[in-house]
Each structure stands twice: as structure tokens, then as C-alpha cells.
Design a protein around this ligand. Structure first.
Ligand SMILES: NC(=O)C1=CN([C@@H]2O[C@H](COP(=O)(O)OP(=O)(O)OC[C@H]3O[C@@H](n4cnc5c(N)ncnc54)[C@H](OP(=O)(O)O)[C@@H]3O)[C@@H](O)[C@H]2O)C=CC1
Ligand SMILES: Nc1nc(=O)c2c([nH]1)NC[C@@H]1CN(c3ccc(C(=O)N[C@@H](CCC(=O)O)C(=O)O)cc3)C=[N+]21
Length: 292
């Protein structure tokens, strides 16, 4: 039996936001500019609703301006592109985040391609994706960045460790694999067509669930002592009625096997928002330095 320790993402993110608030205050004093983050929400997506609510409050608490644009689910692609262009041209807006997923008729890649890369605090524009992949300074996607911060805090150097990322989305799995590679991990990306997924997971010193399937990763898929990062946020029915959030990892089964594990909620989710605020300050600094 291994003693499983909790990785407290909520507490880590709180410390990060306090430090950021000091940095924002100093930036405002130095430059007279208050960083502004614009969020565009099209239609209603439950995961996005939670995120937008938490984010707006924490942006203001960190001393930055939060600008929310809500468009109805019936908004056209032209409506969304026009709004993004307006935000690109607005000097009070330093960061732009378009909540994903977008309603089906809207081409998300076309929307992301329209965001000014300098304001792309999600790091989803191909310019930032490319810069990350070749090792240049980039705005890095928030959830992967948060995961790597937690890992480095828990483990120190990640060099030489076997990392298995389950999930290959553009917003989590792929950029996380890039960041782990940059930390000198040996990286495997698994997905829905991976053969013998439990066996692949058992190789991992660092196992990451980024799938969106409640508790899919079972206790006996985890190598004893491994560090487990659970990105999944899944709302499931509670026995006595109502709903609760669970991750992609069977948390109870992981106890006594994993060396360390992030809980859901209170793990990666709060780190995503803290990293978004950090990216907004970084973007504002660069825009002011560039005379924008
Ligand atoms: N904590 C946070 O801050 C955030 C949490 N999330 C959560 O993370 C989860 C993943 O999100 P996201 O990356 O956007 O999801 P996507 O649906 O875009 O991607 C899911 C990935 O999981 C893979 N997958 C699906 N089923 C299986 C399976 N049975 N076995 C192996 N792999 C499988 C898919 O494979 P394939 O490509 O082959 O289809 C795909 O690559 C969700 O629960 C989401 O809510 C997301 C963003 C931020
Ligand atoms: N352009 C874009 N960028 C994103 O980063 C993005 C997105 N779209 N669409 C939706 C997903 C989902 N996501 C979450 C982030 C934080 C929490 C979060 O704060 N979770 C807390 C609280 C959860 C709760 O209490 O309900 C926790 O896990 O502890 C949740 C979900 C970002 N996403």
C-alpha cells in the first residue's frame, strides 16, 4: 500500500492569484493601464457556465477588468467574427477568450484564427500553437500550463519521467504533451483508438486523464506511486438526487495506489483560471511594451 497524497490545486491557485494581484497593482501604478480580459460566450454550455462565473469574479479580485459578451445560440459566424475584430481593435482589451465548444454551425477554427495572437490568452491560435511547438515564447493554453505547474511543485524536475496523456484535444491533450516534452518527459498520447489502454497507463510515472468520461481510469490502471492529474470535469447524477462533479479517474480506487492525485473539484479547474489571469497580465505587459 502506498500512502496517497492530495495535490491541492485550489490552494496553489489561491496563492498564485494573490501574487498576481500584487503584480497587477504594480503594473497599474507603473503604466496607468488596467489589464482587461474579454470573454465571449455563445449560447449555453453547462461546463462553460461554471467557468465563466468563477472567472469573472476572480478577474476582478485580481484587479483586472472583466468584460463579458453573451451572444444567443442563434448568433451567426459573422456575428462572432465581428465581435472578435471589435475586441482585437479595443485598446482596453488585452486578452480575448472565446468559450468552447461553440454552437455547431460556427467554425471554431475560423473564430480562433481571427483572434489577435497577442491577445490570445487561451493559446489556441495557430501562431501560439506553432510557437509552443518550436520552443519560442508563446501564450500557453491555461489548463496544460496549470497541470505542469502542479507537477513541478509536487515532483521538482520531470526529466526522464514516463508521462501518459489520455486525450488528444487541441485544448488539453496535445498542448499538455508539448509542455511535458519541454520538461524532458518521455511522452505518450493515448486516445479512443489506443489498444490496451490500461497497459499503456500502467507505464506512467505521470498519468493524465483528459477524456471527459466519468471515472474511466480505474485504480488498477495506475502504477503504484504514480502521480495522477485528473483534468476531467464530469457532472453525474447523485444517488439521492441532484448532481456532483467527478473526474476521469476513479478517485476512491486510486487511494493506496497513486503516490499523488488531484481531486475534482479543487484540482486542475482552479489552476486553469489562475493561469488565464497570468496570461492576461503577460499579454497586457507585452502590448504596453510594444506601444499598444
Ligand atoms: N479542469 C479544467 O480546467 C478543464 C477541464 N476540461 C475537461 O477535461 C475533459 C476533456 O476535455 P477536452 O479535451 O476538451 O475533450 P474532447 O472531447 O475534446 O477530447 C477528449 C479526448 O478523449 C479521448 N477519448 C474519448 N473516449 C476515450 C476512451 N474511451 N478511451 C481513450 N480516450 C478517449 C478522445 O479521443 P479521440 O480523439 O480518439 O476521439 C479525445 O482525444 C472534459 O471532462 C472537460 O470537461 C476541459 C478543459 C479545462
Ligand atoms: N476557450 C475555452 N477555454 C477554456 O479553458 C475552457 C473552455 N473554453 N470551455 C470550457 C472548458 C472547461 N473549463 C473549466 C475551467 C475551470 C473550471 C473550474 O473552475 N472548476 C472548479 C470548480 C467546479 C465547480 O465547483 O463547479 C474545480 O474544478 O474545482 C471548470 C471548467 C475551461 N474550459
Amino acid at each position: 500500500m502506498v500512502e496517497t497524497r492530495l495535490i491541492d490545486g485550489k490552494a496553489f491557485a489561491e496563492r498564485m492569484r494573490l501574487r498576481l494581484a500584487d503584480e497587477v497593482a504594480a503594473f497599474v501604478t507603473d503604466t496607468g493601464v488596467t489589464p482587461g480580459l474579454a470573454v465571449v460566450l455563445v449560447g449555453e454550455d453547462p461546463a462553460s457556465a461554471v467557468y465563466v462565473r468563477n472567472k469573472g469574479r476572480q478577474t476582478v479580485e485580481a484587479g483586472m477588468n472583466s468584460i463579458e459578451h453573451k451572444l444567443p445560440a442563434t448568433a451567426t459566424q459573422a456575428d462572432v467574427l465581428a465581435l472578435v475584430r471589435q475586441l482585437n481593435d479595443d485598446p482596453a482589451v488585452h486578452g480575448i477568450l472565446v468559450q468552447l465548444p461553440l454552437p455547431v454551425p460556427i467554425d471554431a477554427q475560423a473564430v480562433l484564427a481571427t483572434i489577435d495572437p497577442a491577445k490570445d490568452v487561451d493559446g489556441f491560435h495557430v501562431v501560439n500553437v506553432g510557437r509552443l511547438s518550436v520552443g519560442l515564447d508563446a501564450l500557453v493554453p491555461c489548463t496544460p500550463l496549470g497541470c505542469v505547474m502542479l507537477l513541478k511543485d509536487a515532483l521538482g524536475s520531470l526529466a526522464g519521467l514516463e508521462a501518459v496523456v489520455v486525450g488528444r484535444s487541441n485544448i488539453v491533450g496535445k498542448p499538455l504533451a508539448q509542455l511535458l516534452l519541454r520538461e524532458d518527459c518521455t511522452v505518450t498520447i493515448a486516445h479512443s483508438r489506443t489498444r490496451d489502454l490500461p497497459d499503456v497507463c500502467r507505464r506512467a510515472d505521470i498519468l493524465i486523464g483528459a477524456v471527459g468520461r466519468p471515472e474511466m481510469i480505474r485504480g488498477d490502471w495506475i502504477k503504484p506511486g504514480a502521480t495522477v492529474i485528473d483534468v476531467g470535469i464530469n457532472r453525474v447524477e447523485k444517488a439521492g438526487g441532484g448532481t456532483r462533479l467527478v473526474g476521469d479517474v476513479a478517485f476512491d480506487e486510486a487511494q493506496g495506489i497513486a503516490g499523488r492525485i488531484t481531486p475534482v473539484p479543487g484540482g486542475v479547474g482552479p489552476m486553469t483560471i489562475a493561469c488565464l489571469l497570468q496570461n492576461t497580465l503577460t499579454a497586457a505587459r507585452r502590448q504596453v511594451a510594444a506601444g499598444g
